[in-house]
Structure formats: structure tokens, C-alpha cells
Design a binder for this molecule. Sequence first.
Ligand SMILES: Nc1ncnc2c1ncn2[C@@H]1O[C@H](COP(=O)(O)OP(=O)(O)O)[C@@H](O)[C@H]1O
Ligand SMILES: [Mg+2]
Length: 258
Amino acid sequence: MTPAVELKDVSLIFGGGHPKEEPVLAVQDIHLAIPAGQFISVVGPSGCGKTTILNMLAGLIGPTKGSVMRHGEVVDGPSRDIGYMLARSGLSPWRTARRNVELGLEFRGVPKAERRRRAMELLGKLRLEGFANSYPSQLSQGMRQRVAIARTLAIDPDLWLMDEPFGALDAQTRLTVQAEFLELWYETPRTVIFVTHDLEEAVLLADRVLVMTARPGRIKSDTIVDIPRPRVIDELRFDPVFRETEHRIWEELRGEIV
Ligand SMILES: Nc1ncnc2c1ncn2[C@@H]1O[C@H](COP(=O)(O)OP(=O)(O)O)[C@@H](O)[C@H]1O
Ligand SMILES: [Mg+2]
């Protein structure tokens, strides 16, 4: 089967275009194949190139060497069937929650009544139906991130790129949003690349966890998380297999972050 995502010998150098500018080798020799529907987490020290890899997959920047492919085709520009979520929700402040969820559907020319129906259904799944007419400034951080999830679900992207999406949430809210997101993902598993600083989060959510080295970022280890789904996050945190997996990955990671 052709992988949903494939990086073949990918390296990327920033800058160096100007004689006074030192080129920066951000990522080096990345080899990675991700089957469709896999949930993969990526952890690694700050500046090791995690965001750079997501940006290459989103078609925002090209590799200096090697090739970045989706479903066997070289990525050569931005694509509509990718959802990109960041720590900041990126909601339009002048649109209500519902109209934020409708945004991608508007771009696709979905008729108004259908857009509205779909947006309300998704807000319902994220327990936000009572906030459909609220503006982002009237919502908590956690609610805003849930609206951002609903907005991404609305366009049902084939690939989710998530760059520390829950990083700005407090610990309690984070647990709730993680559980909700996991449940929704499990209904229709799409390929997810989830970058996080939180190792526990990485293991709880993913089928597989990559550890990257300090810059230049290379893949240091690639571990399968052998824990069945559906997973109940608040119970799983005390599960011995979970703890053992997290510990093993921590051993790989700790050498890179000192
Ligand atoms: N546009 C850019 N120009 C020059 N250097 C960059 C640019 N974007 C990122 N970098 C450098 O590339 C490295 C990897 O960055 P990034 O992918 O953002 O790391 P991470 O997301 O893992 O923290 C960092 O050293 C960063 O300073
Ligand atoms: Mg980053």
C-alpha cells in the first residue's frame, strides 16, 4: 500500500542565500512512511525541526534535498485536504463560533442551509451548541480550541497536521479536549501528525511516537504504542504498558534535551 505520507531522505537548509547569512541545517535525512489512518506523535527538543516538517507536508516550504510525498505524489504546494491546527486557535474574531466552523465549507461553496446544519452538528459533538452565536472573545481558551477542532472536522481533511494544538490549555482542560478529540478521531480515523512537548500526551493519543534529535533534526527512535483502542485517557494514565512505553521513549528523549 502506498503510504499516506512519505518523506524520503529529506533535508532542509534555511537561509544562506546572502553571503552574511549563516545557513541553518534544520532537518537532516528524514526517512518516514505513514500509512493512512495512523496517528503519529512527534516529540523532540525546541528548534529540532518539528514545525518545519509539518510545513513541508503542508506544501508551504520545499525540502532542500529528498522528496515529500502524499499518496505517492510529490507535494508541490498547499492542498485543501489538509487540516492544520496550532496552539492558537486561529479563529476569526469577527465570526461567531458557528460561522468559524462554516468557514471551510464556505470556501467549498457548500449551500448556506447545509453549512449551518453541519456546523451545528459538529458544535454539538464538541458540546458547544449553546455557544454557536458567541464570538471567540466570549469563549474560554479550551472552547476556542474545540471550535477549531470542529472547524477542521467540517472539512474532513485527509491529513491533520497538529502543532502543539493543546499546548496553551491548562492541565484539566487539556485532558478533556484530548479525550474529546480522540473520541472524534476514532469515529473516522484520519492520518494525524501530532507535535507536542508533552510526552504523556504523545503516548496517550498515538499509534506511534517519533523522537527527534536536537538540531539538525533526525529521527532518533520510532516506537509503536501497543495499547488497544478505544482508549480511556484518564484510566490509561495509570496503565503499566502505558507507563513502560512512556518511560522507554523518555529515555530516548532525555539525551536530546539536556
Ligand atoms: N524561516 C526560517 N528561516 C531561518 N531559520 C528558520 C526558519 N524557520 C525555522 N528556522 C530554524 O530551523 C530550526 C527548526 O525550526 P522549527 O521547525 O520551528 O523547530 P521546532 O518546531 O522543532 O521547534 C530552528 O533552528 C529555527 O530557528
Ligand atoms: Mg515548532
